[in-house]
Design a protein around this ligand. Structure first.
Ligand code: INI
Length: 173
């Protein structure tokens, strides 16, 4: 893991907290929506792959399925308040497909996850695809645009690493 550096930015030397993974093994929750499961199963696979590649053991990961993206915030909140998870990765796929539901589901899901993160002061990662078509979702779930589940898991690990340094004890990171 790299340390904070005093790196020159123009004339102003600043202390930069580099992107870093957490020092210690951490417990990570994954909440995933069953709606559009053919997409979300790929996102879960990508997330678990990223965690495994970064040294997170299977027994440090708790996976829970919910009916749809709208239910993700409550499941994330419970995972943080009732288990020893240090972070939650929320995975879903909201596809417009002509349904007026789209804006409500996508908006409330994102708003709710943000609220859980701030209320818990723990990383809650938005790994929810919002696309116009199924094809666009497939491209982002292991297709040519990568796997956003993998990216979401990396974001969780990076946030855990950052919060290790910006810790409430007030110690210099
Ligand atoms: N849930 C999704 O995860 N994706 C969608 O695209 C979607 N659409 O389009 O309706 C969706 N709806 C279900 C919703 O998340 C809830 O499960 C449902 O309303 C019950 O609260």
């Amino acid at each position: 893991m790299s340390n904070p550096t005093n790196r020159g930015k123009g004339d102003l030397p600043v202390k930069e907290l580099n992107l870093a993974l957490p020092a210690a093994a951490r417990k990570v929750g994954v909440v995933a929506a069953r709606f559009n499961h053919f997409i979300t199963e790929q996102l879960v696979e990508g997330a678990l792959d990223a965690l495994a590649r970064n040294g997170v053991d299977g027994d440090q990961v708790l996976l829970a399925w919910v009916p749809g993206a709208f239910e993700l915030p409550l499941a994330a909140e419970r995972m943080l308040s009732c288990t020893d998870c240090d972070a939650v990765i929320a995975l879903g796929a909201v596809i417009r497909g002509g349904t007026p539901h789209f804006d409500f589901v996508a908006g409330e899901c994102a708003r709710g996850l943000s609220r859980v993160a701030l209320d818990s002061a723990k990383p809650v990662i938005l790994g929810v695809l919002t696309t116009d078509t199924i094809e666009q979702a497939m491209e982002r779930a292991g297709g040519e645009d990568g796997n956003k589940g993998f990216d979401a898991a990396m974001a969780a690990l990076h946030m855990l690493g950052l919060l290790d340094r910006l810790n409430p004890s007030g110690q210099e990171p």
